[in-house]
Design a protein around this ligand. Structure first.
Ligand code: FAD
Ligand code: NAI
Length: 474
């Protein structure tokens, strides 16, 4: 059976489902195929990709529950709330998370119906260039589309000699489904997943040891933020070991033993009930039959694209984790909208300089733009304003005095070059900085905008004032 569409999107994650919805909104006859690796009771394709099924959403659900648990155990009493020692029901915590995932993945199916996107169940792989488009095999069907958007995303990178069974040794998939609090949890990789998932299981009672290869902590973050984060997370009880070289990993019946060389060169051995391997992600390009049609990949297996997400093949686009740039859901969605609009002859655009980063630990970490070390390295003259949450009434009232907002602005023009936040609700606060930077705003612009009192956003305001050395509350 052959099916014909204007646009075929391969992959139903944030990049794919948004591309499909926007393309359909713009009048294209659109289909999206999904190869469905996630367990679905009805055997139907589950939309939402990594993000909804085994990424952003389930991790944030577990982070929320574990944060509430920690608050109940450690923060309630100081505010006069006496509840006794809380207990965690991991089965219920994980079931709640799964319920949220079901609700949202189902919701995207509803959005497909509403926007008249055809959902195709099956793995998509290129067959050939045909007159007026591309032939793609989806499951047992042949689909022809004038234009194809590849949004096949990414999967966890595994390490040689460390087989992941998602029971004792987990990647992100198993880490979100652990059925009981491990007494000892080892994590390889102190990146975003390591810190978020390490925090979840530490809060509910696991003794967590993180082994990181690099000598520096959170190298992509601003140095001040990384320094503060290391201090705070260590105080919370995460044992973070930098400069480690992982050796042999032995998987027993009930435990895992990890041999490693520490920063000082000493041989160490760590025994744990569970191991999470979170050492980055690799693009899903292996099943695309890319070679047969000449789709260019880079040395890391990512699809080569230009700033408009055009590949080397006419009418073939690629967005999200499968192409260069940060592996973030909102970046994938921005690219998806841009591509659909460019296909429709509109002026789609994606500003990669204002893509925000968030790490959903407690305190949260968020940033946009350049770090102080980047500005120094490129020789840009800058001014900095840094204000602690400790100086903010709302933060104290919330019992969240940790962290700061740091704003970096051009020494000559005052244009905001970067904003770095570690503190409560940093994930929400960063939006103001993104908007300001998107509009080419100066620190003075934010300094002259009225911020509601008492709010955490006043710390962003004060940081803008501090760039010009005139903070009012610090
Ligand atoms: P994916 O979401 O990976 O979706 C690709 C889809 O394509 C998948 O459903 C896959 O089954 C399907 N597919 C692959 N090959 C084929 C094929 N040949 N045919 C048909 N279908 C195919 N990002 C954030 O911005 N914020 C967060 O808080 C966040 N938290 C995360 C937490 C974890 C634990 C992880 C692992 C990731 C997290 N991310 C987060 C990253 C985010 O999930 C990804 O950046 C995002 O999902 C990328 O979207 P995508 O559409 O490019 O790819
Ligand atoms: P990551 O790139 O954030 O961190 C991986 C860490 O593992 C790095 O610090 C790296 O130095 C370390 N590492 C690599 N090889 C190692 C080895 N052999 N031994 C020890 N350490 C080693 O990758 P992570 O945490 O797997 O997350 C993948 C991606 O998923 C992130 O980069 C991000 O794009 C996305 N993500 C985003 C989230 C968010 O936006 N809040 C949350 C979780 C994931």
């Amino acid at each position: 059976m052959s099916k014909e569409f204007d646009v075929l999107v391969i992959g139903g994650g944030p990049g794919g489902y948004i591309a499909a919805i926007r393309a359909a909104q713009l009048g294209f006859k659109t289909a999206c195929c999904e190869s469905n690796p996630y367990a679905d009771p009805k055997g139907e394709p589950r939309l939402g990709g990594t993000c909804l099924n085994v990424g952003c959403i389930p991790s944030k659900a577990l982070l929320h529950t574990s944060h509430m648990f920690e608050e109940a155990g450690h923060a309630f009493e100081s505010q006069g709330i006496i509840v006794g020692k809380p207990k965690i029901d991991v089965t219920k915590m994980v079931a709640r998370k799964s319920g949220i995932v079901d609700q949202l993945t189902g919701g995207i199916k509803g959005l497909f119906k509403k926007n008249k996107v055809t959902l195709l169940n099956g793995h998509g792989s290129f067959v050939a260039k045909v007159d007026g488009g591309w032939q793609v095999k989806v499951g047992d069907d042949n689909v022809t589309a004038k234009q194809v958007i590849v949004a096949t995303g990414s999967k966890a990178r595994h390490l040689p000699g460390i087989p992941v069974d998602n029971k004792l040794v987990c990647d992100n998939v198993g880490a979100l489904d652990i059925d009981a609090v491990p007494k000892k949890l080892a994590v390889i990789g102190a990146g975003v997943i390591g810190l978020e998932m390490g925090s979840v299981w530490r809060r509910v009672g696991a003794e967590v040891t993180v082994l990181e290869a690099l000598p520096d902590f959170l190298g992509a973050a601003d140095v001040d933020v990384a320094k503060e984060a290391l201090k705070v997370f260590t105080k919370q009880g995460l044992s973070i070991n930098l400069g480690c070289k992982i050796g042999e990993v032995k998987v027993g019946k009930k435990s895992v033993t990890i041999a490693y060389t520490d920063k000082a060169g000493a041989e160490q051995s760590l025994e744990a009930d569970r191991l999470i391997v979170s050492v980055g992600r690799v693009p899903n390009t292996d099943g695309l039959n890319a070679k047969a049609v000449g789709l260019a990949l880079n040395e890391r297996g990512m699809i080569e694209v230009n700033d408009h997400c055009q590949t080397n093949l006419p009418g073939v686009w690629a967005v999200g984790d499968v192409v260069r740039g940060p592996m973030l859901a909102h970046k994938a969605m921005e690219e998806a909208v841009m591509v659909a609009e460019l296909m429709a002859g509109q002026s789609g655009h994606c500003n990669f300089d204002t893509v925000p980063w968030v790490i959903y630990t407690s305190p949260e970490i968020a940033w946009v733009g350049k770090t102080e070390q980047q500005l120094k390295a490129e020789g840009t003259a800058y001014k900095a304003g840094k204000i602690p949450f400790m100086a903010n009434g709302r933060a104290l009232g919330m019992g969240e005095p940790t962290g700061f907002v740091k704003m970096l602005a051009c020494a000559q023009t005052d244009r905001i070059l970067g904003v770095h936040i570690i503190g409560a609700n940093a994930s929400e606060l960063i939006s103001e900085a993104v908007v300001a930077m998107e509009f080419g705003g100066a620190a003075e612009d934010l300094a002259r905008i009225c911020h509601a009192h008492p709010t955490l956003s006043e710390v962003v305001h004060e940081a803008a004032l501090a760039v010009d050395k005139r903070p009012l509350h610090f």
